[in-house]
Every structure is written in structure tokens, then in C-alpha cells.
Design a protein around this ligand. Structure first.
Ligand SMILES: [Mn+2]
Length: 395
């Protein structure tokens, strides 16, 4: 009988220790939790472990499956933002994501005195869940001392929940989040400029309003800018499915280019760029152009090169304009392959363009060609003769 009690005590103690071990392992294995060195009380740790244990829809970046009888409603909701809004609304605002980095990235160590950054996110009629998931992913996966503030610039949205409700919600967050409002629809470029002008961080990081940052996304971007303030850096843009919100790692073997219609295109990284990096895929990848939605730039360098072209309307062409500007003003444009941020890629735009899509993009592209392309602009006008025939200079 005594032996039985003895066994019971031994078993119970071992079990308790196993649980404590598991708890500690889980706690210290997630790096963004270590950043908050000041707060090592057990409560937030416990909450973190509990939240990771729950298997909600979309956790770990998994695809969300919509039940058969909900499919009709799902299709209706899809039209609002041109992505699966029902799926997005089902996923937690702080969902977990896989660590998709190359192994060589996971062990890199960064300086303690990296420059801090302001995050600028422009939105127009964005869905609540995608916008706030962007914000939460920034807050949860950025070391607090590197995050100066988050600026949400509203380009004249018409949805009620993006008004007072958003401002009230922003006030509850543990990082300073400000909402700036454009009086009327002005487009991405001028809204970004408004946001940029209000920043106080040493670096400005632009993000789209439907992104999710992964673990370790920020440090390598800021480290590269600290090394060379004229390098403008983009993360690898991972794909968040517009149909299922599944998180899929993007490739470090493609970079940005363009065709003579001045459309941005992805191309395979050429051998010469692999050779320049001596085959090390974790090193910054020099890219001719960028997709435009997500990048970090030293704030004073951004001012030095003249920021964006404020004469460009709404959207389109500004990413190539910024790319050409950077390269021609003595900077470099790089993809930092150790930094991964997901973006919801859509097949169609949900936005209305005052004056029509084609009109706006043609005008922006003409400005791009006239300002930055010298003799090469002829290729553009040969491919798109209608644009070239316009007599009036672009305004
Ligand atoms: Mn986007």
C-alpha cells in the first residue's frame, strides 16, 4: 500500500515537471515573445501558449474551408473586396503563421541599435478583418523598441466601421496607432505622402492594408538600411490566397522587372545576381523594380530623392516610378530574402477609378516615361502608340 502511494507521488511530480518543461519550451521558442524583455510575468506567457494551442480557422496559415450551405453567401461577400471576406472574418486577427524563412536566416543576429520605423498603411474601403490583421501582425511580430508608430491613412472610405469605430479600436492597442483622413479620394500616392509627412521614425515602412507580417520580418529590413541608408528594401511578398486565405511562401528566386507597356512583372533571378551574392540566398537581392506595396526607406533619404511624384493619380505606375527614381538617384533597391510578409493577391481590383482605370494608368505611365526613361521612352510609345499620340504633355 505504501509503495502504491510512493509511486503515485513520483508520477504526479514527474507529470508536473513535464508540463512545466513543455510550457517553458513553448514560451521561449517563439521569438517575438522574447522581444518584450520587460514583461516576463507568467500571465501573458500562459495566454500565448493557450492561443497557440487553439486550432481556429486559418491558424498556422492554413486554408479556410467554407461549409457547402454557406457557399452562396460567401460568393456574395466576395464581391465587396474581391477576396473571400467570409473566410477572412472567420480567422483570428492575431492568427499564427508558419516560419517560412530560409534556415540561414533563422540564426542571423542583428545589432541592438537598429533604426526605428513608422509604419504607413493606406486604405480605401478595406475590410475590417484584413486591415486589423495587418495591424496586429505588425504589433505582435515587431520588437517594440523598433516600432515608432503605425499610421493608418484613410483615402476617403465610405464604410461606417472605418470611421469612429476604427479610431476607438486603435486607442485600445498597445502601440501608438493614428488614423489620418483624406478629405476626398486622392489615391495611393498622395495618401502615402500624407502619411509619410506625419511620421517620426527614422525609417518609413509602407505596407498594404491586407498584409500579414511573419516572425523576424522587420529586423533584416532595418539592419540593411542601417548598413546603407540609400538601400531601399522590400520583404519577400508571400501569397495569401484570395480564395481561402491560405499562407503560401513566396520565392526568393524571382525579382521585379517590367515590360515595355510599363507593366510590373516578376522574372527569375539571373545567374549574375546569384554569382554577385556568391550563391548565398540569404543576402540582399538587388532588384530592378518593386511591386510597390511593401517597402522600407530611410526617411531622410526618401525626402532627398524627392519622395513620390505627387502628380500621379489614384494607383498604377508609381511602383516603377519609385524604382527608377531610386536607381537613378544613387540608391539601390533590394529584396531582403530573410524578411517575409504575406499579401492578399487579387484577380480583380475592387476599387473604382475616377475617370476610368485605363485613363489613370496611361497618364501615370506617361509621366514615368517622360521623367525617367530618356530615349528608352520610345519603346513604350511604340508598344502603346495611342498614349504617344496625345499632344498635350502629361499634367
Ligand atoms: Mn494590395
Amino acid at each position: 500500500m505504501r509503495r502504491f502511494v510512493y509511486c503515485k507521488v513520483v508520477l504526479t511530480t514527474s507529470l508536473v515537471w513535464v508540463l512545466v518543461d513543455v510550457f517553458l519550451l513553448l514560451y521561449f521558442s517563439e521569438c517575438n515573445k522574447c522581444d518584450d524583455r520587460k514583461d516576463h510575468s507568467l500571465l501573458p506567457a500562459l495566454r500565448a501558449v493557450m492561443s497557440r494551442a487553439h486550432e481556429g480557422p486559418g491558424e498556422m496559415g492554413k486554408a479556410v474551408v467554407i461549409a457547402k450551405d454557406e457557399q452562396e453567401k460567401m460568393k456574395e461577400l466576395f464581391k465587396i473586396n474581391q477576396f473571400n471576406l467570409m473566410a477572412s472574418d472567420m480567422i483570428a486577427l492575431n492568427r499564427s503563421l508558419p516560419d517560412v524563412r530560409l534556415d540561414g536566416c533563422k540564426t542571423k543576429v542583428y545589432a541592438d541599435d537598429l533604426p526605428n520605423t513608422s509604419i504607413v498603411i493606406v486604405f480605401h474601403n478595406e475590410a475590417w478583418s484584413t486591415l486589423l490583421r495587418t495591424v496586429h501582425s505588425v504589433i505582435n511580430r515587431s520588437p517594440r523598441h523598433l516600432l515608432q508608430e503605425i499610421l493608418l491613412v484613410d483615402d476617403a472610405s465610405e464604410r461606417d466601421f472605418l470611421g469612429k469605430k476604427l479610431e476607438n479600436y486603435a486607442r485600445t492597442l498597445e502601440v501608438r496607432v493614428r488614423v489620418l483622413r483624406m478629405e476626398q479620394r486622392t489615391g495611393l500616392i498622395r495618401a502615402r505622402l500624407r502619411g509619410a509627412a506625419a511620421t517620426r521614425g527614422q525609417v518609413i515602412t509602407f505596407l498594404d492594408a491586407h498584409c500579414e507580417c511573419t516572425v523576424g520580418w522587420l529586423e533584416p529590413l532595418l539592419a540593411r538600411i542601417k548598413e546603407d541608408r540609400r538601400s531601399v528594401v522590400c520583404p519577400i511578398i508571400d501569397v495569401i490566397s484570395d480564395e481561402t486565405f491560405e499562407y503560401m511562401a513566396g520565392s526568393d528566386m524571382t525579382y521585379g522587372g517590367f515590360n515595355w507597356k510599363l507593366n510590373f512583372r516578376w522574372y527569375p533571378v539571373p545567374q549574375r545576381e546569384m554569382d554577385r551574392r556568391k550563391g548565398d540566398r540569404t543576402l540582399p537581392l538587388r532588384t530592378p523594380t518593386m511591386a510597390g506595396g511593401l517597402f522600407s526607406i530611410d526617411r531622410t533619404y526618401f525626402e532627398e530623392i524627392g519622395t513620390y511624384d505627387p502628380g500621379m493619380d489614384i494607383w498604377g505606375g508609381e511602383n516603377l516610378e519609385m524604382s527608377f527614381r531610386i536607381w537613378q538617384c544613387g540608391g539601390s533597391l533590394e529584396i531582403i530574402t530573410c524578411s517575409h510578409v504575406g499579401h492578399v493577391f487579387r484577380k480583380a481590383t475592387p476599387y473604382s477609378f475616377p475617370g476610368g482605370t485605363g485613363q489613370v494608368i496611361n497618364k501615370n505611365n506617361r509621366r514615368l516615361a517622360e521623367v525617367w526613361m530618356d530615349g528608352f521612352k520610345d519603346f513604350f510609345y511604340i508598344i502603346s502608340p495611342v498614349i504617344g499620340k496625345c499632344k498635350t504633355p502629361p499634367t
